[in-house]
Design a protein around this ligand. Structure first.
Ligand SMILES: CC(C)(COP(=O)(O)OP(=O)(O)OC[C@H]1O[C@@H](n2cnc3c(N)ncnc32)[C@H](O)[C@@H]1OP(=O)(O)O)[C@@H](O)C(=O)NCCC(=O)NCCS
Length: 208
């Protein structure tokens, strides 16, 4: 049986929940149909409803198979859902090793610029190294996406190599190794975890 990490992560201002279709799909629909949000995602076009439903279902399956995945981000104070931060295996077709642990972030433009992506991403980064024992994490970011590059830099990732994404778009691959994370003075205090212990995930790479 695949162990699960279904517990929420908590930071000062955020709650990061396991991806579930009823709660996450409407938020994905809202963000994936907002041009400013998807501007630097793949071909930069808003998503069809079919794609939204497929990606949401795939994120549920990633959690089921591997015990980790993308998380719905809520403001702790109000419970309002404002986006996603998560980890996935890179999977096939993106010009990186499919077994790479990839981190990513999407937030509603209404909450940009308040340090929330940095805060949530730091918690997910620590989950990757503390609980999942990832050897390294990567982020794939289009070079003009200054905000995303800044988030990656703020949590300690640095440029590794350049490649192309799924739709042929230029993408920079940034990386942080577990070794560098352990040695980093920027290492945050661990996020609090509600619930049970800290099992490792199992299994090979997921579909992207
Ligand atoms: C990327 C994104 C999640 C950033 O969210 P955010 O909550 O506004 O980011 P933060 O407020 O935590 O900022 C983190 C850092 O980025 C910097 N930053 C934020 N927006 C920036 C911008 N537009 N240009 C340059 N730097 C920016 C902040 O100054 C901060 O740097 P610091 O830690 O050195 O002070 C948000 O812009 C977003 O959802 N974009 C659309 C989806 C997307 O492109 N996701 C990434 C795909 S690879």
């Amino acid at each position: 049986m695949v162990p699960t990490l279904s517990e929420d992560l908590h930071t000062d201002r955020l709650q990061l929940e396991r991806w579930e279709e009823p709660t996450a799909t409407p938020v994905l629909r809202r963000l994936a149909t907002t041009p400013a949000v998807v501007r630097y995602v793949a071909d930069g076009l808003v998503w069809s409803d079919l794609r939204i439903r497929e990606v949401s279902a795939r994120n549920v399956e990633h959690w089921r198979r591997h015990g980790f995945g993308w998380r719905l981000v809520r403001l702790a104070a109000s419970g309002e859902a404002v986006g996603f931060i998560g980890l996935n295996f890179a999977g096939e077709g993106v010009n990186v090793d499919p077994n790479e642990y990839e981190i990513g972030w999407w937030l509603d433009p209404a909450v940009w610029g308040r340090g929330l992506a940095r805060e949530g991403a730091a918690a997910v980064r620590d989950e990757a190294f503390d609980r999942l024992e990832a050897p390294s994490i990567i982020a794939r970011i289009q070079p003009p996406n200054a905000a995303s590059l800044a988030v990656a830099g703020a949590i300690g990732l640095t440029h590794d190599f350049d490649t192309l994404g799924r739709t042929g778009e230029p993408a920079a691959v940034l990386r942080l190794t577990a070794e560098d994370w352990r040695a980093s003075p920027r290492r945050a205090s661990p996020p609090t975890i509600a619930g049970r212990g800290s099992p490792r995930p199992a299994g090979p790479a997921a579909p992207a």
